[in-house]
Design a protein around this ligand. Structure first.
Ligand code: SAM
Length: 296
């Protein structure tokens, strides 16, 4: 049961609900007893153009979409309007009640009332989507951005593209070039699967309530996986970044390699032993991982 007057939210099926209207949003909050919680990163999109742009970039019409944190459905409504089948994970019970009412009678909307980071997405989305390509679209809760991205990268699902709104600093880290201050473990992890692209920046005025930070939308086209185990690759990356200001040689020694092994690994991988991790490309990390695999 839902209805409002001029700004359009009716429902009991078939009605478009303009959840990016600040007025509608406030009415929905009152009806479902939702007060935005900072600790859950609840900053809702109130700019319809931005929501349209994200949904259009996120997935082709009719795709299988995974959404993390649908909130009141700003992106969800656009994705469904484009004919997508949407699996959405939302942690907040009040928002889940609202979503059930807003998308009632919509068979392509699948709501999981769960903490995304604790969900068994391999099992749940495997059962829902089978082996079909999955497109991820989200205005991520900023307090768990990196864990969400890592969970997506390590999922055993056919994820084809990830399009997410993140804090601008995280976008800088995801898209950083070797040698820059933002280049780090997250950059290299994402770079293993894709070349992340910043699509556009988003101002705090596009949200209610306004966040204290700027945002940006980042897209990752996921390439077929390298001929290498991601976990082993990440062990190498973390070891080499363990002490950021130290050389890769020093970090490998700290990780337990003998001096001769360290020299041999770096030589075979074609890496200068005085280089630091922040100057290495993803390809360099892969080369070192391959050499380490021969030892361990
Ligand atoms: N997509 C909506 C929008 O753009 O207006 C809401 C985005 S808001 C930034 C983040 C959403 O993630 C909120 O709805 C919040 O309740 C939800 N959320 C926070 N932590 C979560 C978690 N661990 N698992 C699933 N959803 C979560």
């Amino acid at each position: 049961m839902l209805f409002l007057q001029s700004d359009m939210w009716y429902n009991e099926c078939e009605m478009f609900i303009n959840v990016t209207s600040p007025r509608v949003l406030k009415e929905l909050m009152a009806q479902f007893g939702v007060a935005p919680l900072k600790k859950l990163g609840q900053n809702f999109l109130v700019d319809g153009n931005i929501a349209d742009k994200i949904a259009a970039a996120a997935a082709p019409a009719g795709a299988c979409v995974l959404e993390i944190g649908p909130g009141f459905g700003a992106l969800t409504s656009r994705l469904l309007a484009r004919g997508s089948e949407v699996a959405a994970y939302e942690i907040d019970a009040g928002l889940c009640r609202a979503l059930d009412a807003i998308f009632t009678g919509e068979p392509r909307f699948h709501l999981f009332h769960q903490d995304f980071l604790k969900a068994d997405i391999n099992q749940e989305l495997g059962a829902l989507f089978g082996g079909r390509e999955i497109y991820v679209s989200a205005n991520l809760p900023y307090y768990i951005t990196s864990p969400c991205i890592m969970a997506l990268l390590t999922a055993r699902l056919n994820i084809r593209r990830i399009t997410v709104m993140v804090q601008r600093e995280v976008a800088d880290r995801l898209c950083a070039a070797p040698g820059s201050k933002d280049y780090g473990v997250l950059t290299v992890a994402a770079g293993f699967f894709s070349a992340p692209q910043r699509l556009f920046n988003v101002s705090p005025s596009c949200f209610y309530p306004r966040p204290e930070v700027e945002s940006a939308v980042v897209q990752m086209e996921i390439a077929p996986q390298q001929d290498m185990d991601f976990e082993a690759f990440m062990d190498t990356v973390k070891a080499l970044f363990a002490m950021r200001r130290k050389t890769v040689k020093s970090n490998l020694r700290t990780a337990g390699l003998e001096p001769q092994q360290t020299e041999a690994v770096l030589k075979a991988a074609g890496i200068d032993e005085n280089a630091r991790a922040e100057t290495l490309s993803v390809r360099d990390f892969i080369a070192i991982s391959r050499e380490l695999k021969k030892i361990y």
